[in-house]
Design a protein around this ligand. Structure first.
Ligand code: SF4
Length: 754
């Protein structure tokens, strides 16, 4: 059903030669990260050595995975590329739109009803273009990918920030925006800044209450939420080899919380065991054949400080279980210090809910170890004091742990099994009473714990720990309980102690599943109809953006001169707008509503030059569009920083903005604008920003000789009859200029195919 052995054979056939070639260029021993990156360079990039942290490089990923919230626009765009099939194996996973309220069955059936049009669209578009479709209830993207698609030495991109989970099986797996996914599916290369490298050497061996989660909780404490920015974290050492593949997945998954581009472990016996345990012995056999290329060079691991930009060492034999939080995942407390921290900081010690599972921590090992504690609670006559929920990561895991009796054990402890979906981890949790905004504590085995993330209540103190610690604390109902040292009073009034958790990395009877929830695409999708209701307010098929007229742009209106920070959130807000992610017209009603107008210091209030009245930014732009007049947006420094969401570039393009002229751009947003056929320009002299007046009419000259490195001229005609001519720089290369001329990168691909 799932993995593409032929594709993997091809990748493995290339890896040794590509690494040998890279070795010659680089002239030194290689880390695992470098090996996989070099093995996935596009041909044009393959002969260069890249400067870490600065060079932008083109890669050719092997796979694409998309979750349902982000897949909508990615696939609507892909439909514009004019391809009959995706260029690389791709999958869609319906996991983010299922709200947890009562329990798995009822919640799933409600979600299927509520999101029917989105699911129907995703199923039909997947069917048409050769994309594997995982239905609602099949599981969470990263767990399903780990079980079915991840392979050592591969490279994938995914439209979700926890895509790095697949690093547990030795894959470079990176979270991206929908536009990047669309490009790779359409056959374009994918650009990434060549990352810095952080090495984490794991020595010793874990035991007792400590689990893989504690490694990343500790690393988050060391590096903080920013420490991994622009870096790939590579784990190695005897301690790394002692961890299960799913434990490694947990560590890589939560590496997103330190801002890392991704994280990775080398191929070893544990990887082979997991591949075989999940029905992929043939991949393990192939990987064994090139094993030396699926780990870093011996010299690198012997003297890591010579090869990594930063090295951290953690002794697993001494690592304590950790609890991180509240409100940030890098506030790391060893369990021995946590009770005091709770008391000193006045955090609510009473624990209301413990939640285990999610894509981060729902392996067989996690569930079996947590269940061993639940069983002890039953055997020792302890009544769990907190509510307790279990979110399996996939139907395969759910079915297997149900077969092996673990879900019954949780049931005896009072646990509620939720749907195989994101649920409370992404705020899809109809938590009763949350609207009262009372101060309370919860603890989860998820990865993020920012304010309001789980239940929307800013006063919910969310802590993150391993499933074992979550379970022990839920039994105690008390955050100050330390299961390593403390006792609990049972229903007979006796003091009892929880023994160390025990579990199995893989099920002795093997994994099983009745219906994994997978829909294979049609062999020939040419007759398949993509289902989009014409009156839908959540989905809208896209039209191609129009091609450049072939002349300079004259008589543009100034839409807004944005002042100060203008992130992609200011340009295309999230929150309630998320439901329109598949409907460009509707979501465009949030365009730039968070940007501050430099002339009146207000948000969402700009002067309509046609009427002289102030109005909302989207409405004003729609008025220009209706009048057939283009406009420009002027911005400050680092315009478009933040999330890579492509809507922030598509909305202005859709509403008729022709150029964004700023002091400086955040790089990803600049590229997104170029892909959509917009002009992304920067002031050659940033102080020219001050010359722009509210009623300006603008010309952009030089487009007929638009070429790399040659500035354009922008003329601002002021209402008093004076004008200013300023130079605008750009970073378009030859290919990107063709995107502009064609109206968008996708138009160009489509034209090439015609
Ligand atoms: S379970 Fe949480 S972290 Fe994982 S994919 Fe879903 S929302 Fe993201």
């Amino acid at each position: 059903m799932a993995f593409d052995i032929e594709m993997i054979k091809e990748v493995y056939a290339q890896i040794p030669g590509r690494i040998a070639a890279a070795r010659k260029v680089v002239g030194k021993p290689l880390t695992l990260t470098e090996k996989i990156l070099y093995a996935h360079l596009t041909e044009g990039a393959a002969s260069q050595a890249f400067k870490r942290g600065t060079s932008y490089v083109d890669f050719q990923p092997d796979r694409v995975a998309m979750q349902d919230a982000t897949a909508q626009m990615a696939l609507l765009q892909f439909m514009q590329a004019g391809r009959s099939q995706v260029a690389v194996p791709s999958t869609v996973h319906c996991d983010h739109l299922i709200q947890a309220e009562i329990g798995a069955d009822q919640d799933l059936s409600k979600a299927k009803d509520k999101n029917k049009e989105v699911y129907d669209f995703l199923a039909s578009v997947s069917n048409k273009y050769g994309i594997g479709f995982w239905k609602p209830g099949a599981g969470i993207i990263h767990q399903v990918v780990l079980e079915n698609y991840a392979f050592p030495g591969g490279m994938m991109i995914g439209t979700d920030s926890h895509t790095p989970n697949a690093g547990g099986l030795g894959m470079i797996a990176i979270g991206v925006g929908g536009a990047d996914a669309c490009d790779v599916m359409a056959g374009l290369p994918w650009e990434l800044k060549f990352p810095k490298l952080i090495g984490v050497k794991l020595t010793g061996k874990m035991s007792g209450w400590t689990s893989a989660k504690d490694v990343i909780l500790k690393v988050a404490g060391i590096l903080t939420v920013k420490g991994g920015t622009g870096a790939i974290v590579e784990y190695f050492g005897e301690g790394a080899r002692s961890l299960s593949a799913t434990g490694k997945g947990t560590i890589c998954n939560m590496g997103a919380e330190i801002g890392a581009t991704t994280s990775i472990f080398g191929y070893d016996e544990k990887s082979a065991a997991y591949l075989s345990g999940t029905g992929r012995s043939d991949i393990a056999a192939l990987a064994n054949g090139i094993a030396e290329h699926l780990t870093g060079d011996v010299e690198v691991y012997a003297n890591p400080e010579n090869y990594f930009d930063q090295v951290i060492e953690i002794n697993l034999s001494e690592l304590e279980p950790h609890v991180n939080g509240p409100f940030t995942p890098d506030l790391a407390w060893p369990i021995s210090k946590f009770a005091a921290a709770v008391r000193e900081n006045g955090w609510p010690a009473k624990l209301d809910v413990g939640l285990i599972g999610s894509c981060t921590n729902s392996s067989y090992e996690d569930i079996s170890r947590a269940a061993s504690l639940a069983q002890q609670a039953v055997d020792k006559k302890l009544v769990a004091k907190s509510e307790y929920t279990i979110t399996p990561g996939s139907e395969q895991v759910r079915y297997t742990v149900a077969r092996d009796g673990f879900l019954d054990t949780f049931d005896k402890m009072g646990g509620v099994v939720l749907a195989n979906a994101c649920g409370p981890c992404i705020g899809q949790w109809a938590r009763h009473g949350a609207e009262k905004q009372e101060k309370n504590s919860i603890i989860t085995s998820f990865n993020r714990n920012f304010a309001k993330r789980a239940d929307g209540n800013p006063n919910t103190h969310a802590f993150v720990a391993s499933p074992e610690i979550v379970t022990a604390l839920a039994i105690a109902g008390d955050l100050t309980f330390n299961p390593l040292t403390d006792t609990l009073t049972n229903s007979e009034g006796k003091q009892v102690r929880l023994d160390e958790p025990r579990g199995l990395e893989l099920p002795t009877k093997g994994f099983a599943v009745e219906d994994a929830g997978y829909q294979a695409p049609a062999e020939d999708g040419s007759k398949v109809q993509v289902l989009v209701a014409p009156n839908s307010d959540r989905l809208q098929l896209l039209d191609s953006f129009s091609v450049w007229e072939g002349v300079d742009l004259k008589g543009l209106k100034l839409l807004i001169k944005a002042k100060g920070k203008c992130t992609t959130d200011h340009i295309s807000m999230a929150g309630p707008w998320l439901k329109y992610r598949g409907h460009l017209d509707n979501i465009s009603n949030n365009m730039l509503i968070g940007a501050v107008n430099a002339f009146n210091e207000a948000t969402n209030s700009v002067k309509n030059q046609l009427t002289g009245e102030y109005g909302e930014v989207p409405a004003t732009q729609r008025a220009y569009k209706a009048a057939g007049i283009g406009s420009i947006v002027v911005g400050d420094e680092n315009y478009g920083e933040g999330s890579s969401r492509e809507h922030a570039a598509m909305e202005p393009r859709f509403l008729g903005v022709r150029a964004i002229l700023v002091k400086s751009f955040a790089r990803i947003h600049e590229t997104n604008l170029k892909k959509q056929g917009m002009l992304a320009l920067t002031f050659a002299n940033p102080t020219d920003y001050d010359l722009i007046q509210e009623n300006d009419v603008i010309d952009i000259n030089g487009l007929t000789t638009f070429s790399p490195g040659k500035p354009l001229e922008v003329v601002f005609q002021h209402v008093d009859g004076t004008s200013h001519r300023v130079l605008a720089n750009h970073t378009y290369n030859e290919g990107q200029i063709e995107w502009f001329k064609a109206g968008s990168a996708l138009n160009l691909i489509k034209a090439a195919k015609a």
